[in-house]
Design a protein around this ligand. Sequence first.
Ligand code: PNS
Length: 175
Amino acid sequence: MSLAVCPGSFDPVTLGHVDVVRRAAGMFDEVVVAVAHNSAKSPLLTADVRMRLVRDAVAGIPGVRVVATDGLLADFLRQVGAVAVVKGLRGAADVDAEVAMALMNRHLSGVETVFVAGDSALAHIASSLVKDVARHGGPIDDLVPAGVGDAVRAALRARVDAAPVTEAGPEGSGR
Ligand code: PNS
């Protein structure tokens, strides 16, 4: 029984993530999608919302389950008995950061990372770009699984509503 982990912050989950999970599910008996915390990022969506959206997005892929983890990925890999981490590469820009994480995870846990090339038609999709497009009122629904666009827009609205109002208006809107 081979088990692989697809980790990420999934803020939000995109069609690119789902493509990678589907490819991982084709290579391993079981895939655990680990919704983790990236300490370099301040997420827009809460962990609960990210979990729900990832669960809905991969619900139709056999052999896949979704688990939240807020600790070290290396510890999680040992806990679930993973034989591999599976990550997608969209292009050269992903390589440096992904290889650094792969080496660290192997150093800490002995678990190898397998890189898969995702669908080239999805190579422009990144969670950070999805949020930026949405922040500026652009269309994101064809970049993300069903329901994700509404969640992102709701979270952005909540953030604007919660922003302190200065003389310049909310978040320096210039009003
Ligand atoms: O989708 P992301 O933000 O690129 O995913 C990065 C993530 C969450 C997989 C990475 O930050 C992570 O593994 N976080 C858990 C804490 C950890 O193990 N950090 C050391 C990574 S080598």
